[in-house]
Write a protein that binds this ligand. Sequence first.
Ligand code: HAM
Length: 423
Amino acid sequence: MERVQAVRGMNDILPDAVHWWQKVETTAREVLELYGYREIRTPLVEKLELFARSIGESTDIVEKEMYAFPDRKGQWLALRPEATASVVRAFIEHNLHADPLARKFYTIGPMFRHERPQKGRYRQFHQIDAEVFGIDDPLMDAEVMIMLCDFLQRLGLKDIGLHVNSLGCPECRPRFREKLKAFLQNRSPQLCPDCDRRRHVNPLRVFDCKVDRCREALTDAPELAQYLCEACRRHFDKVLEYLSDLHVAYAVDSRMVRGLDYYMRTTFEVITDRLGAQNAVGGGGRYDGLMRDLGGPDLPGIGFAIGMERLILLLQQKEAWVSKKPQVFIAVLGDEAVRQAFRLAQDLRAHGVAAELAHGGGSLKSQMRRADKLGVAHVVIVGEEELARGVVVVRHMVSKEQDQVPLENTVQFLMTVSTVESL
Ligand code: HAM
């Protein structure tokens, strides 16, 4: 029979790996809540229009990577490729601006982009996403980046670079766009067909292109930093000042434009050189016009998202995980003993001792082999002969010593020995 396999680029997370996910999620929640963020959960499916209007019609995400489909009534929907648009939509839809405490949100979950899968790049991937609304103070830009660095440090990831840039605002960016357009017109023959088309509609996107000849064509391209208006310049200088005040290391990267169109002013990425081509562990920035453009109040916004798969690849390079083992294995000899053993296993678990019960009988030898594989500290042997005398045998797997313990004292005995051993 032919087997049905998972969709390419969409991965199972197996029990041997899931602890990494739990560790990352737990740490993320701790840090986010410390900085005042509250969790929000939005649907995985939204109207296609939401992403087209926010991320931008001429971005790779919207043009090529969305899982978009008409539902049975012909309404165009899409699997979310990111979370920002959804969180903004939910904020508007539920009038959350009326609540002065509702300013900082986070969400954790799967996103979908139809990219070519490779290490660190998948079609279903997971993000930890944080968003702040209603605060346009440069201090918030710095705080958001500092929180991101704080989180990475708590996970023990140190050699990750913070790259920052300012993309200007609707005041100053058009001037830069025109300059860039003129520059790209001269370079047109060198550009890939995508960039040659995009230089008309969305010239900044050309900075995102990975094709070598486009990169070469851009070597002496104009730099956005030189075109920032006074207000954007001041904002950006303040952000950098606040970062320096707290001794956060950063590099200004004036070529970093990010892959989504809603950004203005501060943008940032956390970059590693340990993941090959997929070097961005996370990224974000300010998007002050987005809420208004989506029909909501004119509130500024800033946020970021971290790719969980990439984060976990980095963690796995750093340390091996010591998995939790069951503490006690219960070997059973004879049908009658099964019932006692079953009760004992439940009793141990009720007292916080992780117990694994032998299922399906088998010789004592084969049961001991299984206990060995599980790496337990103790095996309780429940045999009919011993039960007739009201005792069980507790075997210490390292010293090989055995004790006969009255059945009713077994839980107490095991709780004591496992506490002593873990000291
Ligand atoms: P983004 O840069 O598109 O930003 O994605 C953020 C992170 O998600 C990336 O740095 C990367 O780690 C991870 N990521 C993206 N695509 C994939 C993929 N195909 N496979 C694995 N990981 C991936 C955003 O999504 C913005 N919504 C961030 C943001 C929030 N800006 C403001 N608020």
